[in-house]
Structures are given as structure tokens and as C-alpha cells.
Design a protein around this ligand. Structure first.
Ligand code: TTP
Ligand code: MG
Ligand code: MG
Length: 348
């Protein structure tokens, strides 16, 4: 049976929820992210509403830039509790539309709606889903339909915000070919740069590379990209996605080498990570500590145990030891520290 996959992604999610909660902000540019500190702030933008995007503001832009582009915007810190609550209510609605669903992030999900058998019915369902979310949650979303997850996700981006776009099986190649290479999940800025040097800018151009050439360039993901540019994606809609790691990081207000400051913050990071481990009933095998220096060079050090554990003292001791190595081995100032545990198991 031919599959029909639906992808739904909320529009400017964090900012839209804030707009809903604070109707007096409506019509103004809104930026969610780090404190801009009148242009001296050091973090990044989480997201911005579409009015703010007209000023060139987008996710991951340094907040100082965002302030420069639009100082009169409403700048708000993320209120994660609020967004998680909104997300949960939205998923309660989404789940009702198919028993095969997958939460892909706070604001997006896949549904396998192959049971509908044709795109006319699929579009009708998509419209109903959008309407129900809008009626109950007062939030707009965008939906894409396609023969697999890849195409459905790209289709959802096509008519944002408040869009609905279907790509039927016989339209897949024509839809994909003119897209920019960076629209393809799996091609980040670095890979894109390498491809652009070979005058490969559109998805269509990637087809010039053989399976082998792609493997040589991109390692094990080469095969995946080879298939994706041809519209092939066999991935199933599946909700038991494992959490692969748990981590936290901190960017200092000012680059520092002061162990007292560094270890005080690090202590709090360790506590937070450990809390999350316990809350999920996890144990871990690997600890990874990240350190970014003032020149933005970023390094990691890791320790893997023979047996998994969830012991706080062990986490604290080993991660501090790894961090200390960075401080001893380097004379540079530190900009960011991070801690991540992986190799997760459910504690029995
Ligand atoms: P996205 O769905 O990527 O973006 P969006 O919903 O803000 O906007 P769009 O209309 O284009 O879908 O991400 C969902 C939320 O995740 C976003 O509202 C904020 C958060 N986020 C970050 O905190 N940092 C990031 O770099 C990105 C991409 C998202
Ligand atoms: Mg979104
Ligand atoms: Mg999203």
C-alpha cells in the first residue's frame, strides 16, 4: 500500500504562544531568546515572529545582532514551562487523528494517515486538524503531506505560516529538485559550504555525485543523502524514539578562567543533568564535558564506564575531573562549558 504521511509544524512556536498570552504584543516584532542587554547580550535568538523576521532576525542569530536589526522589538526570555504545556495540549489533539504518530520536537509531529488511501481525504483531515488546533489552542500551524516523512516535512515548510501543502508521489521529483541543498535535513552549513565549492547549490545538482562520491564526502550519511535527493525515505512514523543523551551548557557573561566561577556554574549544571537522569529513570555510561574557549574553538573530553550508573557522586567527580583537565591544559579564557551524559539505559 502506498503511504501517506502528514507533517505538522507550529508557526513561530515560542513567539506565537507569547503572542497568545500577551495580546497587547500583537502586531509588534517579538524576539524570544537571551537577554539582549542593549546590544551587549551574548546568547542567541530562539525564535522570532514573522514581523521580526522581516528585519532579518531568525533562530540562532546572536541576540546582539537581533538588537541591532530591530532595537524596538519586544525581547522576551523563553518560558519553557509555558511552551511545554502548549505543546502537550497540541499533541493531545494531534494524536486523535491517527494511532500511528511521532512527536518529532516540541512543535512538530508526524502522522501516518495511509489508511485514508487518497490525497483528497488526506487534505480534508489536515484542514480539520489545523482548524481544531486553532479553535482550541488559538495557534496556527503548517501541514505538509507526502509519500514519506522527508517529503511531508519539506512540504510543511513550503507555505508557512498557516500553510497546507501536498506533494503527491508523481510530483516528488519536481518538488525536490529546485530546493536549496540546505533545505535537506542532514545538510548543515559546513557540508553545504563544501558542496557549494563544487557549484552544487540545488538538490538537483547533488544528483551529479555518485553514491560512492557522496559516501567519500559525507561518510555514512552519504548513502542517506543519495536516497533523499531522489525523494526516497523509508523511515517509519514511530513514537518510541529513544532519548539518546541528556545535557546542559552555560555561556559565561564574560570569558573567564576563574575556577571559582567556573566550578560554581558547573556544579549547578551537574545538578540539573542529574535531576533529569533521575526524573527519567535513566542510568548512563558516558560523560562528555564540552569547553569552548574565547576564540570559539570547542573541545570535548569524555569518560565511559564499564557499567552504567546513575550515581550523583560519580557524575560529579568524573565530570569535574574532565573539566579541570581543560583548565590545566589551556591558558585561554573559557566562553562556554557543557555537560552531557549518553549511553542511556532505563534503570531496572
Ligand atoms: P521551529 O519549528 O524550527 O521554528 P518556529 O516554530 O519558531 O518557526 P517556523 O514558523 O519557521 O516553524 O522551532 C520550534 C521552536 O523551537 C521555536 O519556536 C523555538 C525553538 N528553537 C530554538 O530555541 N532554537 C533554534 O535554533 C530553533 C530552530 C528553534
Ligand atoms: Mg515551527
Ligand atoms: Mg519545528
Amino acid at each position: 500500500m502506498k503511504r501517506i504521511i502528514l507533517h505538522i509544524d507550529m508557526d513561530y512556536f515560542f513567539a506565537q504562544v507569547e503572542e497568545r498570552e500577551n495580546p497587547h504584543f500583537k502586531g509588534r516584532p517579538i524576539v524570544i531568546g537571551a537577554d539582549p542587554k542593549k546590544g551587549k547580550g551574548r546568547g542567541v535568538v530562539s525564535t522570532a515572529n514573522y514581523i521580526a523576521r522581516e528585519y532579518g532576525i531568525h533562530s540562532a542569530l546572536p541576540i546582539s545582532q537581533a538588537f541591532k536589526f530591530c532595537p524596538k522589538a519586544v525581547f522576551l526570555p523563553p518560558d519553557m514551562k509555558l511552551y511545554v504545556r502548549a505543546s502537550e495540549s497540541i499533541f493531545e489533539i494531534i494524536k486523535k487523528y491517527s494511532s500511528i504518530y511521532e512527536m518529532a520536537s516540541l512543535d512538530e509531529a508526524y502522522l501516518d494517515i495511509s489508511f485514508l488511501e487518497n490525497y483528497r481525504k488526506a487534505e480534508k483531515l489536515a484542514r480539520e486538524l489545523k482548524n481544531e488546533i486553532f479553535k482550541k489552542e488559538k495557534l496556527t500551524s503548517s501541514i505538509g503531506l507526502g509519500p514519506n516523512k522527508l517529503i511531508a516535512k519539506l512540504a510543511a515548510q513550503k507555505e508557512k505560516p498557516d500553510g497546507l501543502f501536498a506533494v503527491k508521489p508523481d510530483q516528488v521529483i519536481k518538488f525536490l529538485e529546485p530546493l536549496d541543498i540546505q533545505e535537506l535535513p542532514g545538510i548543515g552549513p559546513k557540508t553545504a559550504q563544501r558542496l557549494r565549492r563544487l557549484k552544487i547549490n540545488k538538490i538537483k545538482d547533488i544528483k551529479r555525485l555518485s553514491r560512492l562520491e557522496l559516501k567519500e564526502m559525507l561518510g555514512k550519511w552519504g548513502e542517506d543523502i543519495y536516497n533523499k535527493v531522489r525523494g526516497i525515505d523509508e523511515g517509519i512514523v514511530n513514537n518510541d524514539r529513544e532519548v539518546k543523551s541528556i545535557g546542559r551548557g552555560h555561556t559565561f557573561e564574560r570569558d573567564t578562567r576563574d575556577p571559582e566561577i567556573i566550578f560554581e556554574i558547573f556544579g549547578r549544571i551537574i545538578e540539573k543533568v542529574h535531576k533529569e537522569i533521575l526524573a527519567n529513570d535513566f542510568s548512563f555510561r558516558t560523560i562528555t564535558v564540552t569547553c569552548r574557549f574565547s576564540d570559539f574553538k570547542t573541545y570535548t573530553k569524555a569518560k565511559t564506564f564499564k557499567k552504567s550508573t546513575n550515581d550523583y557522586r560519580c557524575l560529579k567527580k568524573e565530570s569535574k575531573r574532565l573539566l579541570l583537565k581543560f583548565i590545566v591544559e589551556n591558558l585561554k579564557l573559557i566562553r562556554l562549558i557543557g555537560l552531557r551524559v549518553s549511553g542511556l539505559n532505563h534503570k531496572k
